[in-house]
Design a protein around this ligand. Structure first.
Ligand code: ATP
Length: 495
């Protein structure tokens, strides 16, 4: 991969995919607006995820929770007390840093699990200074990342929060969904929605934003089923690139292992292996390159207090291997907390054992739409030296337009009229683009750059025999086909 993240950000801005938010007023860092093509790509990602993980499965249902929530929800989840990064700031220029990131960057050392005192000690011992103005840094201290707001008149009682994750709405609604949707364990609740985190140092474009969308599933099981996954055979021959705690502690390289081997060697619980494979299948089914993914286990020091085991699906971004998706085994932590804080009974009843129990969340595949979008963009982006333009080889399922229609010459009304008819015949079933400005070469290049898989040209032969040329974005090969067959052929190849 030769493109840097800044070059990708510049490309996205140039092609109306993503812009820094509200730029005419000098945008705030960590906020982005999707442009006309970006909004289509993001919608396609979300729809495809929803189809793969909700509509096509019997054991997953969806919800869409509110983004503004009462304080007590986030007290119960532990976010009010613990959802903090450690911040240091420059005493002179006031630049702010995430202390763990700064120490890692400067000293090249792992900081997982280090608290404010330990990070501060590293900064003092190694005399780490402000990277902007070389001045002394202040004391490292926790900084809560939740955005506060008020429902009604501003007062301590009306304080509430913009949700920093979608997961808690799933836990809070668990019992209602279980009863009303008549679900049986094991089952999952999925959600796609906005999350807000007041990141100390947003950077790397969409990778670390302050407002982003998450796509998430909480998968509930009976606690007795923690080591048994009835659907594991569906993925038994899949392979995963494993980077376990043992690999990391022994400075070993990640290893490609089949699910069979993973289970035999007890590397992961079957549920984790299953959901990792499903997530990877979803990415690769949409054109992502499997060799750029690995599954990294959290080492003991970085495990969250609620997690028994956590694996991240990581992707090799141009700025290193980074988390694309977290997958924690949260057991009954969240439901227990919400039972305690709400006073409501969220237990289920085991008919066989004649006893109540709290279900476990054995896996919570959780990822950001923005990070997924970056993966698809990086894996699709190619500069074609022969064509002298970028070709965005997006899966047709993600491309903003499925086809573009051109009249060969824009100053010949008979061609323009015929091209309009072709366009009109397609637009109800497919997202298509009409373009009659500039040379054909320029029009092809514009579509290549936003990933349109097919360009359809109406020429003089069309007027005689009803055929058009269809140019393939990736091969540039042109085929002549009857205009009346376009819709069925394109639909077959695209959806
Ligand atoms: P990181 O360690 O990168 O801060 P995290 O472990 O805090 O991530 P989670 O709380 O597990 O992230 O959130 C689940 C997913 O939401 C992440 O894997 C990522 O895809 C996405 N996500 C989290 N924070 C951000 C952010 N600031 N900007 C964009 N996406 C994010």
């Amino acid at each position: 991969m030769t493109l840097t993240i800044d070059e990708m950000a510049a490309f996205c801005k140039r092609k109306a995919i993503v812009f820094p938010s509200c730029e005419i007023y000098g945008s705030m860092s960590g906020f982005f607006d999707l442009g006309p093509y970006g909004v289509e790509i993001a919608n396609n990602i979300k729809q495809s995820w929803w189809k793969f993980f909700v509509l096509d499965r019997e054991d997953v249902v969806g919800i869409d929770g509110s983004a503004v929530n009462s304080k007590i929800l986030w007290e119960a989840s532990g976010h009010v007390q613990n959802f903090a990064d450690i911040m240091v700031h420059c005493t002179k220029c006031k630049e702010k840093y995430r202390a763990d990131v700064l120490v890692e960057d400067v000293l090249k050392l792992h900081t997982e699990g280090m608290n404010a005192e330990q990070l501060d000690a590293q900064i003092r011992k190694n005399n780490i200074k402000c990277t902007k103005c070389d001045s002394v840094l202040g004391a490292a201290a926790p900084f809560n990342m939740m955005f506060e707001t008020y429902a009604g008149i501003k007062s301590p009682e009306s304080l509430c929060y913009l949700r920093p994750e979608t997961a808690q709405l799933i836990f809070a609604n668990f019992r209602l969904v279980y009863d009303s949707a008549r679900m049986k364990l094991p089952f999952g609740i999925a959600q796609i929605g906005k999350a807000f985190r007041n990141e100390i140092a947003p950077r790397n474009f969409l990778f670390r934003a302050r407002e982003f969308e998450q796509m998430e599933i909480e998968y509930f099981i009976h606690p007795d089923m923690e080591s048994e996954c009835p659907c594991i055979n569906e993925v038994i021959h899949d392979t995963l690139n494993i980077f376990s705690e043992a690999h990391q502690k022994n400075s070993a390289k990640p290893e490609s292992m089949s699910v069979k081997e993973i289970l035999l060697k007890k590397v992961m619980l079957p549920w984790h292996a299953y959901w990792m494979c499903m997530m990877l299948r979803w990415f690769t089914s949409l054109g992502a390159k499997s060799e750029r993914f690995r599954c990294r286990q959290h080492v003991k020091e970085e495990l969250s207090h609620y997690a028994k085991d956590t694996w991240d699906l990581e992707y090799e971004f141009p700025f290193g291997w980074k988390e694309l998706q977290g997958m924690a085994n949260r057991r009954d932590f969240d439901l227990k907390q919400h039972m305690q804080f709400s006073g409501k009974d969220l237990c289920l009843f085991d008919e066989k054992k004649k006893e109540k129990f709290i279900p476990y969340v054995v896996c919570e595949p959780s990822q950001g739409v923005g990070r997924a979008m970056l993966v698809f963009l990086f894996d699709a982006y190619e500069y074609d030296h022969k064509r002298e333009n970028v070709v965005l080889k997006l899966s047709p399922k993600l491309a903003p337009f499925k086809a573009a229609v051109f009249p060969l010459l824009s100053n010949r009304p008979e061609l323009v009229e015929k091209a309009r008819q072709v366009f009109d015949s397609l637009k109800a079933s497919l997202r298509v683009f009409f373009d009659d400005s500039g040379s054909i070469g320029r029009r092809y290049a514009r579509q290549d750059e936003i990933g349109t898989p097919f360009c359809i040209t109406v020429d003089f032969q069309t007027l005689q025999d009803g055929t058009v040329t269809v140019r393939n974005r990736d091969s540039t090969v042109q085929e002549r086909i009857l205009a009346i067959d376009l819709k069925s052929k394109l639909l077959k190849g695209l959806v």
